[in-house]
Design a protein around this ligand. Structure first.
Ligand code: ADP
Ligand code: MG
Ligand code: ZN
Length: 484
């Protein structure tokens, strides 16, 4: 191609993602050891997860149900017959010398996830497959001693592999956030990145624009936050483009596994990439094919409302903005919080503002929507008190601040802070009449056409009421008095 050095626009970025989601079952995939996180090392283990000779795996039915739910959510084909294979490799955290995974026939194949851009447009990202497998243990390094903790060995994973359909780090993050939301809506994974129950490997390549073949990819591991995923991809794209520009692409960009170093913000070669042939996959003779009977399938495809459906319903039922509907449905916690507010009688649009602007801004120091001292019912009450004229929007912010620190009811806070608006006609008219009486000259000017003076009367009334008068009422009553 005619290549102008330094012109990034001549390249297209190609990204495919592999996500390992830990399924939130109580017990492991092939034994009854608990899956709980953060236990004393090597306490959640048995002969099956230790890989002792003669121990036989027994499939946990729950993992199959959860995989089917995901497949249903992404419009995939569910294979009612799938196979478990052995993927052979050696590593200290893998005592059997092989990982049980799925290869030729995964339980879920060929699905799609839609990502939403801020301008309202959408893009379809293909999902190649989702297969079940067991997690390995963990190697823990202290100085020059290494320990192996096998508590995690045998934890159920669903590996979700995308098509190489993403064209930027932003698209990759949107895809991951949508997949994350779907897993949480389905309640099949905690998808907690810090605890490692949602892990992502990013496959990245570049190619000259217009070219359709896939170029050599690097696979980046060790990505445990959306921010780092974005940065790691951006670094890797730059590295590959620079290699191209410097004429060393073939030498520098090879199929390999790279590790992202969060401190240096760079990716480094970890090892050459094995081809699948090197794993010597073969069907695990200890496990029968997985057969999903029709009645079980029928039960498992009954799934809850998903982010996209909920968004479309919110748009239709509540008439809120598309952007807001996307924000609110981006996490299941937020969507439930919002729906509770609506059910409690808060207005749809005010509920959006008070949830996504006011409350979210006040959540910090690890406080989440789930642990917020102001829950959905309380926040709905604040909104209702604005809507029924008890407090002004400005006063409501003070009430919310106060309730983040004090465990009392909304009405108690309004009283304690003395923020109740005066909406009672009699009290406001009393103030208005006094102001009219002592400003006869201004009243005359106003009546002879100086409309601007209306603001003066509003200001005086509000001031005299110490800000407590309901402004809408003040306007209405002033008009009544002055215009007659
Ligand atoms: P493996 O399991 O060995 O990593 P897969 O064939 O399952 O290999 O592919 C893994 C991921 O790599 C998939 O998400 C796929 O979309 C992506 N991928 C494959 N080729 C490329 C490429 N040239 N550039 C970017 N991503 C790619
Ligand atoms: Mg891979
Ligand atoms: Zn076990």
């Amino acid at each position: 191609m005619n290549y102008t050095k330094g012109d990034r626009m001549q390249f297209e970025v190609v990204i495919g993602l592999e996500v390992h989601a830990q399924l939130n079952t109580k017990t492991k995939i092939f034994c009854s050891c608990p899956t709980s996180f953060g236990e004393e090392p090597n306490t959640n283990v048995c002969e099956v997860c230790l890989g002792l000779p003669g121990a036989l795996p027994v499939l946990n039915k729950e993992v199959v149900k959860k995989a089917i739910a995901l497949g249903t959510a992404i419009n995939a084909t569910i294979h009612q017959k799938s196979i478990f294979n052995r993927k052979n490799y050696f590593y200290p955290d893998l005592p059997k010398g092989y990982q049980i995974s799925q290869f030729e026939i995964p339980i879920v194949e060929g699905g799609e996830i839609f990502i939403d851009f801020e301008d309202g447009s959408k893009k379809r990202i293909g999902v190649t497959r989702a297969h079940l497998e067991e997690d390995a243990g963990k190697n823990i390094h202290h100085g020059n001693v290494s320990h192996v903790d096998l508590n995690r060995a045998g934890t159920p994973l669903l590996e979700i592999v995308s098509e190489p359909d993403m064209r930027s780090s932003e698209e990759a993050v949107l895809y991951l956030k949508k997949l994350h939301a779907i897993l949480r809506y389905l309640d099949i994974s905690d998808a907690n990145m810090q605890e490692g129950s949602f892990r992502c490997d990013a496959n990245v390549s570049i190619r000259p624009k217009g070219d359709t073949k896939l170029y050599t990819r690097a696979e980046i591991k060790n990505l445990n936050s959306f921010k780092f995923i974005q940065k790691a991809i951006e670094y890797e794209v730059e590295r590959q483009i620079e290699a191209w520009e410097d004429g060393v692409y073939d030498k520098e960009v090879v199929q390999e596994t790279r590790l992202y170093d969060t401190e240096k913000n760079e990716t480094r070669s970890m090892r050459g990439k094995e081809d699948s042939a090197e794993y010597r996959y073969f069907p695990d003779p200890d496990l029968l094919p997985v057969l999903v009977p029709d009645d079980m399938l029928a039960e498992c495809i009954q799934i809850p409302e998903l982010p996209d459906q909920k968004r479309d319903r919110f748009l239709k039922e509540y008439g809120i903005k598309e952007y807001d509907a996307n924000v609110i449905t981006s996490s299941v916690e937020m969507a439930h919080f919002y729906e509770t507010m609506i059910n409690e009688g808060a207005g749809a649009k005010n509920a959006v503002t008070w949830l996504t602007v006011e409350l979210l801004a006040r959540l910090n120091n690890g406080i989440t929507l789930m642990t917020s001292p102001v829950n959905a019912i309380k926040l709905a009450m604040i909104v209702k008190r604005i809507e029924d004229g008890t407090i002004s929007g400005k006063a409501a912010k003070e009430v919310l601040d106060y309730l983040m620190e004090n465990h009392i009811s909304v009405d108690e806070a309004v009283e304690t802070l003395g923020l109740r608006q005066v909406s009672d006609d009699g009290a406001i008219l009393e103030i208005i009449d006094a102001i009219i009486a002592s400003n006869a000259d201004k009243v005359a000017e106003y009546r002879s056409g100086k409309d601007k003076l209306f603001g003066f009367f509003v200001g005086q009334t509000m001031k005299e009421s110490k800000g407590a008068a309901n402004p809408a009422k003040v306007n209405e009553l002033l008009k009544q008095r002055l215009d007659n």
